[in-house]
Design a protein around this ligand. Structure first.
Ligand SMILES: Cc1cc2nc3c(=O)[nH]c(=O)nc-3n(C[C@H](O)[C@H](O)[C@H](O)COP(=O)(O)OP(=O)(O)OC[C@H]3O[C@@H](n4cnc5c(N)ncnc54)[C@H](O)[C@@H]3O)c2cc1C
Length: 391
């Protein structure tokens, strides 16, 4: 099998890249190890930055997002029984975010690709990327019980943190930067209307809580829990009780609406960057190259930024014979990645209570939150980062 761009992985990065290339008249083949149902049901991110929304629209896959997604103009911070709203458009010159689940982004991209795009092979597991230093890189993969080879001009590894593409960068050239956190997020989906019309980020003595949503009838909520927590150890009632405690605020009108919990899982928290993001004709994109803790809602948006950068660079090469954007891919992406790492790490540190937190650490967190409510510069910094760094 032969193509121009071999894409490993059909998460948001791989699927969007296939669409961008298709729209530009460039051939690609997507190899995805799991089946379609699994990819479409995997619960993950749900906040799209303004830039991501614009990219999806321009790529022709924004129609359902525009009908069913929920544009948001701000978030609420809760701490010390106080509430403070961060107004995004007022602080950023009009920028918003969109609540539209990653599952739905993937469904829209898969439908478009299967309707008129290049091959998208499910249950096709990449085994290795070979020849990245040559101008004929290859992906060895297994599909329908037999091994095959995909020969390419370029390979883009969009195969997430546990994929194989990153392993093709020689160890002597790889540098990794990592921080693990001693806590994770216990996340639920519940069939009940969200109790607030914007996301609520709450810092409390008992730890962090996030009240979010997937639609006007589905609540998504998270609790900070110890890293080794088994979701099955928490009953639905215990989760609602704990959310109630952590979201407590001096407002007699505030009520947390409870409803049937339909899914429950624990997400580990990690910050991770692999440098470089390019080796020869192998390019890494999305979680294959970097992980952020979900507190800043950046993971999916970074994946989008990477593949937009790659697609633009490939077009510069094809249309103008200019190879510099492809050569500079890693540096271009990493500047944005490190800004997202900085922001996601800072939000995590400001809002979560570490198991060994001291009274001093508590005071510092509260001072940081208090500053956000008083200094427009601090609030603007948060609003700009949350709604997205330029692509
Ligand atoms: C449990 C969880 C919860 C998250 N929650 C949030 C959140 O609330 N907010 C947020 O912003 N971000 C969140 N994220 C992060 C966000 O979902 C990711 O950043 C985003 O999915 C990255 O997209 P991607 O396409 O780079 O990688 P992925 O979505 O991981 O896609 C990689 C794809 O490659 C496939 N693959 C792997 N190995 C191979 C192989 N050898 N051959 C072929 N295919 C392969 C995988 O099956 C997968 O489909 C979460 C992540 C996880 C894991």
């Amino acid at each position: 099998m032969r193509t121009t761009v071999g894409i490993v992985g059909a998460g948001p990065a791989g699927l969007l890249l296939a669409r961008l290339l298709h729209n530009a008249g460039i051939e690609s083949v997507v190899l995805e190890s799991r089946d379609r149902r699994y990819v479409e049901q995997r619960q993950r991110a749900g906040i799209l930055e303004q830039g991501t929304v614009d990219v999806l629209r321009e790529a022709g896959v924004g129609a359902r997002m525009d009908r069913e997604g929920l544009p948001h103009d701000g978030i609420e911070l809760r701490f010390d029984r106080r509430r403070h709203r961060v107004d995004f458009p007022a602080l950023t010159g009009g920028r918003q975010v969109m609540v539209y689940a990653q599952t739905e982004v993937c469904k829209d991209l898969i439908a478009a690709q299967l309707a008129d795009g290049g091959p998208l092979l499910f249950e096709a597991e990449a085994l290795a990327v070979e020849g990245a230093e040559t101008d004929r890189p290859r992906v060895r993969f297994r599909h329908e019980g037999r091994e095959d080879v995909l020969e390419c001009d370029y390979v883009v590894g969009c195969d997430g943190f546990w994929g194989v593409a990153r392993k093709a960068v020689p160890a002597a050239l790889s540098r990794t930067y990592e921080r693990t956190y001693p806590f994770g997020w216990l996340g639920i989906l519940a069939d009940v209307a969200p109790s607030h019309d914007e996301l609520v980020y709450a810092r409390g003595e008992r730890g962090f809580a996030l009240l979010s949503m997937r639609s006007p009838t589905v609540t998504r909520a998270y609790l900070q829990v110890p890293a080794d927590t088994d979701a099955a150890d928490w009953s639905d009632e215990e989760i609602w009780d704990e959310l109630d405690r952590r979201l407590e605020v001096d407002d007699p009108a505030w009520r947390l609406a409870r409803g049937p919990v339909t899914s429950k899982s624990v997400t580990p928290m990690r910050s991770y960057v692999h440098e470089p993001m390019r080796h020869g004709r192998l390019f890494l994109a999305g979680d294959a190259a970097h992980i952020v803790p979900p507190t800043g809602a950046k993971g999916l948006n970074l994946a989008v930024g990477d593949v937009v950068t790659f697609a633009r660079a490939l077009l510069a090469r094809r249309d103008k014979g200019d190879s510099r954007p492809l050569d500079g891919y890693s540096g271009t992406c990493l500047r944005r990645v490190w800004q997202a790492e900085r922001f996601s790490g800072a939000m995590t540190t400001m809002l979560h209570r570490a198991p060994d937190a001291t009274a001093f650490d508590d005071k510092i967190q509260l001072a940081a939150l208090d500053r956000l409510t008083r200094a427009r510069s601090a609030e603007t910094d948060l609003a700009e980062a949350y709604t997205g760094f330029p692509l």
